[in-house]
Write a protein that binds this ligand. Structure first.
Ligand code: NAD
Length: 476
């Protein structure tokens, strides 16, 4: 059994949960100790007790620990990528890519630890100076989802530690493995006791304990809108900051003048790779009528080349859905789409493979209307729909007609339309001739409208959440 990490000690718990491989449900990866309310409280207290010392640790110490963690993650990217693919179900290539990203994030924040600075300004009053500095936010509760089991914990934990915060980290129930490895790597990299606590357990118990604790100064959450709202409400009650990254219903606009190969590649990658289980997935393909039929045919041609299978097999290009309940949700939305009058143009069937797993052929709907539920609600699986539009103006209107605002994209050779879309798309991240999913690790990440709340994650913008600004006036 893999234990919890509380105050620098590896701690067993009365209960444990099996980490199951979605490509083969007979494959139990490992048992992970399950925290209860009392253990969660211990972890929060440990983080609070470790804060005064860690918050004053010099930049070299923080740099060295983060750098050692980055180096180990990068050196072990194949092994950790395998673990990731085994527990979450994305293909091995995607799993190794995600681990590499996590390593690079730790490397980035190792550098940032050395760049902490402030501003020195003369006051408008003679003989007075003004110093603007940043201090850690405090104890950070980190709550992560299952779809990026190492990259999302990395992009929250690395900046939290870099800027001098202490952390209570709760991974999603389905994927404790990669989070546990991060805790282990950081401990061996020299992180002092209590600075990072790993408490695996149900959101309703462990997550809720973090939300209700007066010792927690900030919550960084990624997950569904429903849980995000609970987090925001609890944070408002406690008058503490929160950072929420939630769902998406991301549009990819394809105009008549698009390069057809680029557009179809962007659509199939953005909609279906990583089994469509990305918050930035292109689930609405908004296509102008002059290219519509050729675009759909080009997507089908690419879909015919995909092979849904065991995430660890070399010839699989799309892995299984993460678990039974997500599979049921995907299939139920495919039924909803049909009953709403959309035509299921390709795929959508449950697949059997050599091992028992949650295999689903990607589903492409055509003849869909913007008001259909499949175009308004996040499905979070390999299901995408094509919406036919007359022209760019209608495409932009449909793209923005959604409660979400995470990522968007446009495929066009028109500079005028590309620049107009970049300016007028109501999304936090806009892609031109690129898939809506797939972002860099050194620049801000986040959305607007119902997709996100609070400061941006990643890059130098991460400091806005993980630090508090202090303005000091000094005479003499
Ligand atoms: P989820 O909301 O079910 O769970 C997210 C986390 O919240 C888990 O760790 C869970 O245990 C915890 N949680 C559940 N109930 C809680 C409670 N009462 N108190 C505190 N914590 C609680 O989401 P999920 O199914 O793991 O992830 C899928 C969702 O995440 C999708 O909606 C997807 O779009 C979103 N997502 C968003 C981004 C982004 O950056 N915008 C990135 C990845 C995933």
């Amino acid at each position: 059994m893999k234990p919890l990490l509380i105050d620098g000690q590896w701690v067993n718990a009365p209960d444990a949960k099996a980490n199951i491989n979605p490509s083969d449900t007979n494959d139990v990866i490992e048992l992970y100790a399950l925290a209860n309310e009392a253990l969660a409280q211990q972890a929060i207290e440990a983080a609070a007790n470790a804060l005064p010392k860690w918050s004053l640790t010099g930049p070299q110490t923080r740099h060295d620990i983060l750098r050692r963690a980055a180096d180990e993650i990068l050196a072990r990217c194949e092994e950790l990528g395998r673990l990731l693919s085994r527990e979450e179900g994305k293909t091995l290539k995607e799993g190794i890519g995600e681990v590499t990203r996590a390593g690079n994030i730790f490397g980035f924040f190792a550098g940032e630890a050395l760049r902490a600075g402030g501003e020195l300004l003369p006051s408008v009053r003679d003989g007075v100076g003004v110093e603007i500095t940043r201090e850690p936010t405090g104890v950070i509760g980190i709550i992560s989802p299952w779809n990026f089991p190492i990259a999302i914990p990395a992009w929250k934990i690395a900046p939290a530690l870099c800027y001098g915060n202490t952390v209570v980290f709760k991974p999603a129930e389905l994927v404790p493995g990669c989070g546990w490895e991060i805790a282990d790597i950081l401990t061996r990299a020299g992180l002092p006791a209590g600075v990072l606590n790993f408490i695996y357990g149900p959101g309703s118990v462990v997550g809720q304990a973090m939300l209700e604790s007066p010792l927690v100064d900030g919550i960084s959450f990624t997950g569904s809108v429903a849980t995000g709202k609970r987090v925001a409400e609890a944070c408002a009650r406690h008058m503490r900051r929160c950072q929420l990254e939630m769902g998406g219903k991301n549009p990819l606009v394809v105009l008549d003048d698009a390069d057809l190969d680029i557009a179809a590649d962007c659509a199939v990658d953005g909609a279906f790779f990583a089994t469509g289980q990305r918050c930035t997935a292109s689930s609405r393909l908004i296509v102008s009528e002059g290219i519509h039929d050729r675009f759909v045919a080009a997507c089908v041609e690419r879909l015919n080349r995909q092979r849904v299978g065991d995430a660890l097999k070399a010839d699989s290009t799309i892995g299984p859905v993460v678990d039974q309940s997500q599979l049921d949700q995907d299939i139920s939305y495919i039924d909803i789409g049909r009953s709403e009058g959309a035509s299921l143009h390709w795929g959508g069937e449950r697949l059997n493979r050599e091992t028992p797993g949650f295999y689903l052929q990607p589903a492409l709907f055509v003849d869909t209307a913007p008001a259909m539920r499949i175009n308004r609600e996040e499905i979070f699986g390999p299901v995408a729909s094509v919406i036919r539009v007359r022209d760019y103006d209608e495409a932009l209107h449909v793209a923005n007609d959604t409660p979400f605002g995470l990522a968007s994209g446009i495929c066009t050779t028109s500079l005028k339309h590309a620049r107009h879309f970049q300016r007028h798309s109501q999304a936090g991240m806009v892609m031109v001739n690129l898939p809506t999913a797939g972002v860099d690790y050194h620049v801000p990440f986040g959305g607007r409208k119902g997709s996100s709340l609070g400061q941006r994650e990643q890059g130098t913008y991460a400091k806005e959440f993980y630090t508090e600004v202090k303005t000091a006036y000094v005479r003499g």
